[in-house]
Design a protein around this ligand. Structure first.
Ligand code: G4P
Length: 508
């Protein structure tokens, strides 16, 4: 029998991430959004809480020392009749793998742009990832309370740099120190911080510009937004709390609600009755009092309830959901029920891995969670040989969490770790010391490139036999070819037409 709550709940879900170049104002906007959603009483709490959390273990001190955010967290709040799940992403590009995975689990992204700087390198990169997945983008042009570029120039830049239609949803009234609020082009209403006289020159300029904008720029069309071809643009100041609720109101009003999730065999619609969920992130040390590992699962369809038993498709075993949790900005709370779009935390002891699928029984595997070929390869040097076994175990656990990628050379040489950015190595080293009491160092390897190799079984075996000292197995036992240079890699590719070499591996 069909469950009426599913049909009612799914259209209310809004699951999104904020993407931006560092310093554009993501943290400030997050705080203001959570405050608007009633999730925190006092703006600034996210940061304050972050500080407390960061002091808990050594590796998190890396975050504190360098003032960067490593951990991706999830914050759930209610606003405008909707349930919002805001997935935070690390700002530093060394942790971009984490960000890419998180973007697998959202339905929409808010792109924050600094009004003085326009499109910056990292914004563009993150935008490209969203485009690959057709994720609709809402643009927030921040810091309008400071000297900013001309609005039309900014809109032009976004449109040209990202090949995207832009449709202003709001328009600023006043600039810099005289930024007074915004005019909503759709409702034709003013939202001002202060009363302005009818003849204020800021209003006059705004009317003039809006008139021009309405002629020169495309109107908002939901269909184009849903397809990721058009972005509505909001002007504001996160710091001054101008334009933030307008942004949230828009997300509540036109979504998007949870989308279909692609799997190897078919697209799973959010409205399907049977429960499915995708693990997109694993995190340890969420709480120092419980040495648990938390798997973050996006519910992709159906209704997930506490105590439910689901099929863990990779192993074929049953998995009982004893204590799934929601993450409200201040607290964790046990989940009684969750619907498509919701992100729940599932405590476990290493059973669940990134890319895993949970279902009611169907043998389907979600796709889209990527591993990227690492750009830096290092041999782990262990000074205390007595700890070799412990190190092996620790590396597997940390690789399962996605801290680094682990490659075990087929010739039995010591393990190699692969990372996209060197900060990942710092995190690995600190965590091995703090959590496992295994001090390690890193040594260079003759390798600079790694590619997953697939293809005909016999050809693959022959290739492995010929290149034994350059072959390794990844965490899943899939073969990886390591090369010392681009030239060597190209040669291997050219000489082995029966094989394919991949720089991205889809997990699942
Ligand atoms: P990020 O997470 O994207 O890296 O940016 P974050 O929010 O930390 O903001 C970066 C800087 O920009 C901060 O200043 C923040 O206060 C400032 N900022 C954010 N939004 C606005 C805005 O709307 N207007 C203005 N004028 N400034 C804004 P900071 O000096 O680096 O840090 P703090 O001392 O304020 O914490």
């Amino acid at each position: 029998m069909s469950d009426p709550t599913i049909a009612a709940e799914i259209p209310r879900r809004r699951t999104f991430a904020i993407i931006s170049h560092p310093d554009a104002g993501k943290t400030t906007l997050t705080e203001r959004i959570l405050r608007a959603g009633g999730a925190i009483q006092m703006a600034g709490n996210v940061r304050a809480k972050g500080e407390r959390r960061r002091t808990r273990s050594d590796w998190m001190n890396i975050e504190k020392d360098r003032g960067i955010s490593v951990v991706t967290s999830v914050m759930t709040f209610n606003y405008g009749g909707c349930v919002f799940n805001l997935l935070d992403t690390p700002g530093h590009e060394d942790f971009s793998e984490d960000t890419y995975r998180t973007l697998t689990a959202v339905d929409c992204a808010v792109m924050v742009i600094d009004a003085a700087k326009g499109i910056e390198a990292r914004t563009r990169k993150l935008f490209e990832i969203c485009r690959l997945r057709d994720i609709p983008i809402v643009t927030f042009i921040n810091k309008m309370d400071r000297e900013a570029q001309d609005c039309f120039a900014l809109l032009d830049e976004i449109s040209n740099a990202l090949a995207l239609d832009v449709s202003p949803a709001t328009w600023p009234v006043g600039r810099a120190a005289k930024f007074a609020g915004i005019y909503d082009l759709r409702t034709k209403s003013l939202h001002l911080k202060e009363e302005l006289p009818e003849d204020d020159e800021r209003l006059a300029l705004m009317r003039e510009e809006v008139e021009l904008a309405e002629v020169a720029l495309p109107p908002f069309e939901k269909e184009f937004f849903d397809e990721g071809h058009l972005t509505p643009v909001f002007f504001g100041s996160a710091m001054k709390e101008i334009g933030v609720t307008d942004l949230l109101d828009a997300l509540a009003a036109y979504g998007p609600p949870p989308r279909a999730q692609p799997s190897e065999t078919r697209d799973v619609q959010a409205t399907e009755e049977a429960v499915t969920a995708l693990i997109f992130k694993i995190q340890a040390n969420m709480d120092p009092n419980h040495r648990d590992r938390m798997a973050f699962a996006r519910v992709c369809s159906g209704k997930l309830t506490r105590g439910m038993r689901l099929k863990h498709v990779r192993t074929g075993k049953q998995f009982a959901l004893h204590t799934p949790q929601f993450f409200f900005a201040q607290d964790r709370q046990l989940v009684e029920e969750a619907f498509a779009g919701d992100v729940v935390g599932i405590p476990n002891h290493g059973t669940l891995r990134i890319g895993d699928t949970l279902t009611d029984g169907e043998d389907l595997r979600f796709t889209g969670v990527p591993h990227f070929a690492p750009e830096i390869l290092r041999r782990v040097r262990l000074d205390d040989a007595m700890k070799a076994k412990k190190l092996r175990q620790a590396l597997v656990e940390l690789a399962e969490e996605g801290v680094v990628q682990l490659f075990r050379p087929q010739d039995g040489a010591p393990p190699i770790v692969g990372v996209v950015g060197t900060l990942q190595l710092d995190v690995l080293q600190s965590r091995l010391q703090a959590e496992y009491n295994v001090p390690v160092g890193f040594e260079s390897t003759p390798f600079t490139l790694a590619r997953w190799v697939t293809g005909d079984k016999a050809a693959l075996e022959q290739f492995e036999a010929l290149n034994r000292s350059a072959m390794a197995d990844d965490l899943d036992g899939d073969p990886v070819f390591l090369a010392g240079s681009g030239f060597m890699m190209n040669r291997a590719v050219e000489m082995n037409e029966a094989l394919s070499f991949h720089d991205i591996k889809q997990i699942g």
